[in-house]
Design a binder for this molecule. Structure first.
Ligand code: NOJ
Length: 541
């Protein structure tokens, strides 16, 4: 008998960035009812789980990742009733929903911080991190991670903006309040969480040990015991600073603290090591393959992977890793190579129609990280054009422009001017047009997901790179006792000759063009395919 696996290992997750998904109330801002009106579009793609970026009460300094009340819905997105209605409709459609849990920090407008900053003996003072003197730690959003509080003559700590004070996780009372809040949401019937920068909660500021700090396992274990233990939910921890080995430990099948994590090794390969995300470097495909190989090998039969190339913080996948002259083909190729691996697939809204990044004027950008970096770099003497080149390549607004539904005004996202400009290519690139085309990206994703669910090899098979040092082809073989698949993806605009004749009896399951004959292989530009072989089980046993 085949072993039953956890539902979230086979699930396909779709991330919604609510600000930019669909506006229903004519204010240029996406909202919960907008999402509700598009559940068919999501369901029809083959999605099982929707991950909703934060919709809680927030002054929106960092687009909702600065929460001022965990128990309320931000009125720009709707009401608690709208939220409950959405959850119930998602369930009626046979899907699940996970929310974003941001508990490394709150907004400075959270009641806890409003209290804490009043006086040193305020009961909430110790919910945050205070020092008489700041140390050298810098904020992820530029400048020092410390801001002076005049009233109490101390500095508070914030790894992100100064409107996002970090919570003091060493305080047991605070931790219990957070667990209680988590349980209230789970009791409402949501199916899990994506946990924002959760690798930071175990930090020790004084020794400057921030990510994967000394208390991380202890606090995750405690959270697990208080909130997750007896529930059948999906938890995915965003952990930008965690090594692959630690990813395997935290998700280990014997005592998983979280179902899976977002590990970021593949995301930093196009930056100059040690110089941060804005220092651009050309991606080396061999390095890229090696990272995935290591992830696949290290977590195999130990932990569990999440498969993603983009999200609301990353550039559009096709602009970054594909080729816009081969937009459709390379979008499909990236999906094939990524989702052919072991792990839970994540799709970021718009990825399923191959949406691309933008090159805006500076005044059109909204993202706090981008704008702060621009000011900071200008002050340090960088040239405007060079800074803009980094923003075009890496800025977070690339993936935050509204979803392009059709070619009508504002791309069918809203009937008024949206909060951020639409990508000007919406007349040629939109969901309606894509779906109407024979070689639609959306339909390709859908077919790929159907295949993934049909063959157990996708969640069970081993992983082996074929031609590991080839600089333009990403090819791998996966095997179980009686099945094998060969996944081929070309990252080149040239035709490439290669010998794959030993796989010539494999059958093509899916491809982005006419399947090629593996006996005399010439791989066309941005070609991709999955070939399948079932061993004759009885012949071998
Ligand atoms: C990671 C989130 O994905 C990002 O959007 C946010 O700015 C930071 N964490 C801070 O919450």
């Amino acid at each position: 008998m085949e072993k039953k696996i956890e539902w979230w290992k086979n699930a396909i997750v779709y991330q919604i960035y609510p600000l930019s998904f669909k506006d229903s109330n004519h204010d240029g801002i996406g909202d919960l009812n907008g999402i509700n009106s598009k559940l068919d579009y999501i369901k029809n793609l083959g999605i099982d789980v929707i991950w909703l970026s934060p919709v809680y009460q927030s002054p929106m300094d960092d687009n909702g990742y600065d929460i001022s009340d965990y128990k309320r819905i931000n009125p720009i997105f709707g009401t608690m009733e709208d939220m409950e209605n959405l959850v119930s409709n998602i369930h009626k459609n046979g899907m699940k929903i996970i929310m974003d849990l941001v508990v490394n920090h709150t907004s400075d407008e959270h009641q806890w911080f409003i209290e804490a900053k009043k006086s040193k003996d305020n009961p909430y003072r110790d919910y945050y991190i205070w020092r008489d003197q700041p140390n050298q730690i810098q904020s992820v959003f530029s400048g020092p991670a410390w801001t002076y509080n005049e009233a109490t003559k101390q500095y508070y700590f914030h790894l992100f903006s100064n409107k996002q004070p970090d919570l003091n996780w060493h305080n047991p009372k605070l931790r219990l309040e957070i667990y209680q809040m988590i349980n209230e949401w789970l009791d409402k019937g949501i199916d899990g969480f994506r946990l924002d920068v959760i690798d930071l909660i175990g930090k020790d500021i004084d020794s400057m040990s921030l990510s994967d700090g000394p208390y991380l396992n202890q606090y995750l274990q405690e959270m697990h015991d208080h909130c997750f233990k007896n529930r059948d939910i999906l938890t995915v921890g965003e952990m930008p600073g965690l090594s692959i080995k630690r990813a395997s430990e935290i998700t280990n099948q014997k005592n998983p603290l979280l179902s899976m994590i977002f590990q970021f090794s593949h995301i930093s390969l196009d930056e100059i090591p040690g110089q941060g995300k804005w220092a651009l470097k050309k991606l080396d495909l061999v390095e890229f393959k090696n990272v995935f190989n290591k992830l696949q090998q290290t977590l195999f039969e130990k932990g569990w992977n999440s498969l993603f190339l983009t999200n609301h913080d990353q550039p559009r996948a096709v602009s970054r890793f594909g080729n816009l002259s081969f937009r459709k083909k390379s979008s499909k190729m990236l999906a094939t190579v990524l989702y052919g691996m072991q792990g839970t697939p994540y799709v970021f809204q718009g990825e399923e129609i191959g949406m691309t990044g933008v090159q805006f004027e500076l005044s059109q950008y909204k993202d706090i990280e981008t704008l702060n970096m621009y000011r900071d770099h200008l002050q340090k003497g960088y040239k405007h054009d060079d800074i803009m080149t980094s923003i075009y390549a890496k800025g977070r607004d690339n993936s935050r422009t509204p979803l392009q539904w059709d070619d009508t005004q504002n791309a069918g996202f809203s009937d008024v001017q949206p909060w951020i400009d639409i990508n000007p290519n919406y007349k040629e690139l939109n969901a309606k047009k894509d779906l109407a085309e024979k070689d639609s990206i959306y339909n390709y994703f859908k077919e790929l997901f159907t295949i993934r669910k049909k063959y157990r090899i996708f969640d069970q098979g081993t992983f082996e790179l074929i031609y590991p040092s080839h600089h333009e082809l990403f090819i791998y073989l996966r095997k179980t006792k009686n099945e094998a698949i060969l996944v081929i993806g070309s990252f080149s605009e040239n035709r490439i000759e290669i010998d794959l004749s030993e796989y010539s009896q494999y059958q093509c399951l899916i491809t982005n063009e006419t399947p090629i004959d593996l006996k005399q292989t010439v791989i066309p530009p941005y070609y991709c395919a999955i070939y399948y072989k079932k061993e004759d089980y009885h012949a071998n046993h």
